[in-house]
Design a protein around this ligand. Sequence first.
Ligand code: SAM
Length: 290
Amino acid sequence: NQDEVASPSKTNEMLKKHKLVLKKSLGQNFLIDQNILHKIVAAADLDDQKGALEIGPGIGALTQQLAKAAGKVVAVEIDQRLLPILEETMQAYPNVKVIHGDVLKLSLEEIFQEFDQSTKVSVVANLPYYVTTPIVMKLLETRLPLENIVVMIQKEVALRMAAPPGGKDYGSLSIAVQYYCEPELVMIVPRTVFIPQPNVDSAVIKLKVRTKPPVEVEDELWFFEVVQACFAQRRKTISNNLLARFFTKDTRDELNGILQQCDIDPIRRGETLSLSEYARLSNALLAYKP
Ligand code: SAM
């Protein structure tokens, strides 16, 4: 297709025409491979009744494909210089709405108003890598009624999000993501499909958003605080990490009883506890919340 920007020649042509020097500080690595784009879009299970929210459309490589697959696309771009380019590349796609701004500062609820209430929405994006985790956490914590989140991110971060307990990749990010979603690694992506090439490997991950958490947690903030505490020093036992964070001289004798009641061995490390063990532990520790 003549108007598609995702090829090396077309992308370079657009950058030259608009005298655009890409900003590393904004994570501007543009996709130039139609094959990869099609796989990303396919993973999101879109159809013409559904909506797609894109974060960082760049010059529109992914946006064009989303416009063909979804009923409506809303794309949030921080870099003002890209707006006139997007206007040009989105000319044939009237179902795309571009919003200028920083996705970390904008109200996601307000952005969501662009979609009809009954529309099922997926987030689909090649994320700026310097803010991957804050963006994904904001999407999850806002509790938008999303169907799924399909994003290209650094390979290491994708592996951490999808990691099961027991390995070095498993940590508080795995637990936070898995509390809200079912992660699925879609593919590993080589650096060669971007202009300019990033200096890390990438992966596409699909996060199927759960309608309710898989474990019962009485106080979510506290749950995440307990998880953080257990990973504060990865080499220490959970018992030592918890003592250092939440217990005093007067209360420290109580921890072993609580762990026993939860059926969790005090000498285990944070990286071996499952989501349900963390749920049980944080519920049992609620009385020690500062
Ligand atoms: N979607 C395009 C593609 O796949 O070729 C561009 C992806 S590029 C990795 C990331 C895009 O996110 C850039 O266009 C960048 O300007 C934009 N961006 C960076 N930080 C942002 C933020 N905080 N809010 C919205 N967009 C942002």
